[in-house]
Ligand binder design. Structure first.
Ligand code: PAF
Length: 281
C-alpha cells in the first residue's frame, strides 16, 4: 500500500493510473476505521481499479473544539487495517496540507438539507463536510466516491455537492452494516455496555416496522406505532423519528409514488447518540 501525506505526492502517483484510464475510487474517512468503513473498501475494490482511502479529521466540520480534540486518531491500527484489506493508497494529510493560511470562504447552498435533522442539530457541520470533500474530489478526481448509507443525510449532501459543482463523480452508496441482531455498526457502539447494545436493537425493530407497513398504513399512525415500539424499551431517549422524502429530507404525511422515502431515527442509549435509517421503497 502506498502511503502519502502531501497533495503533491498523491497527485504525482495518481497521474499514472489516470493516464492508463484506470477507474479510481475514493473513500473519504476520518479514521478510527471499523467494519462499516471496511465494507466501503470491499465494495470499492469490486467496482474500481485503484482504491484511495483518505484519513483526515476535518476541523471545519466540528462545531465543538473539545470534540475535535477528543476525536480518536488510531493511525497505526487504521493503516494496518487498510494494508490487510489491500487498499491501494492511504492519504493522511495534515491540517496545514488541506487548509492554507489564505483559505477562500466556503458556502454551498444546501437548501433544506442544512436546515433539518443533523443540519439543525449541528450548525455549519455540512458546510465543513462539503468543503473538505470538494477539496478531496478536486485532488483525487475519482470516478467513484463511496459513502455509507448509515449517514444518510451526509450522502444526500454529497449528492447535492456533486450536482452543484457539476463534478464527474459517481456516488456509490453502500448499505449500512449491521451486527447479527440488526444493530447498525458504528464506532460509538464501543461505548455501549452489553445491556445497552440489547436495548439499542429497538431502533432496528422500529425502523423495520415502518418499512413493513409503509405502503399500507397512514403515515402519522405508522410513526406513532414506531414510537410506541421505541418506548417499550425503558431508558431510551428519542431525539427524532421522521419519515421523509429522500432528496430534500422533508417530512411527509403522504407517499409520493414518484419519489423515494426514508425513515430517519436518532436516539440516545446510555449517553450514546445512535443514528440509524432505513430506505422504505
Ligand atoms: O463521514 C465522515 O467520516 C466525514 O464526514 C467525511 C465524509 C470523511 C468528511 O470529513
Amino acid at each position: 500500500m502506498n502511503i502519502f501525506r502531501t497533495r503533491q505526492a498523491l497527485q504525482t502517483y495518481l497521474d499514472g493510473p489516470r493516464k492508463a484510464t484506470l477507474r479510481i475510487a475514493l473513500i473519504p474517512t476520518m479514521g478510527a476505521l471499523h467494519e462499516g468503513h471496511l465494507s466501503l473498501l470491499k465494495e470499492a475494490q469490486q467496482i474500481a481499479d485503484i482504491v484511495v482511502c483518505s484519513i483526515f479529521v476535518n476541523p471545519t466540520q466540528f462545531n465543538d473544539p473539545g470534540d475535535l480534540e477528543k476525536y480518536p486518531r488510531p493511525e497505526e491500527n487504521d493503516l494496518r487495517l487498510l494494508q490487510e484489506i489491500g487498499c491501494d493508497v492511504a492519504f493522511l494529510p495534515s491540517v496545514e496540507e488541506m487548509y492554507g493560511p489564505a483559505e477562500e470562504p466556503w458556502h454551498l447552498d444546501l437548501g433544506n438539507l442544512e436546515q433539518v435533522w443533523e443540519g439543525e442539530k449541528r450548525r455549519g457541520h455540512f458546510q465543513g463536510v462539503t468543503q473538505i470533500v470538494y477539496k478531496l474530489f478536486r485532488l483525487v478526481e475519482p470516478d467513484i466516491a463511496c459513502f455509507g448509507q448509515k449517514d444518510f443525510q451526509q450522502v444526500m449532501v454529497i449528492q447535492r455537492l456533486i450536482e452543484l459543482k457539476k463534478l464527474p463523480v459517481r456516488l456509490h452508496i453502500v448499505p449500512t452494516v449491521r451486527n447479527e441482531e440488526g444493530l447498525a455498526l458504528s464506532s460509538r457502539n464501543m461505548r455501549l455496555s452489553e445491556v445497552g447494545k440489547r436495548k439499542a436493537l429497538v431502533l432496528y425493530r422500529a425502523l423495520n416496522h415502518i418499512k413493513r407497513h409503509f405502503k399500507d398504513h397512514d403515515l402519522n399512525i405508522l410513526r406513532q406505532e414506531a414510537l410506541d415500539i421505541l418506548h417499550q424499551e425503558k431508558e431510551i431517549d428519542i431525539e427524532y423519528l421522521a419519515i421523509c422524502e429522500t432528496r430534500s429530507l422533508q417530512e411527509i404525511d403522504r407517499i409520493d409514488p414518484a419519489k423515494n422515502h426514508v425513515a430517519l431515527l436518532v436516539a440516545w442509549v446510555e449517553g450514546v447518540r445512535l443514528i440509524d435509517n432505513m430506505l422504505l421503497d
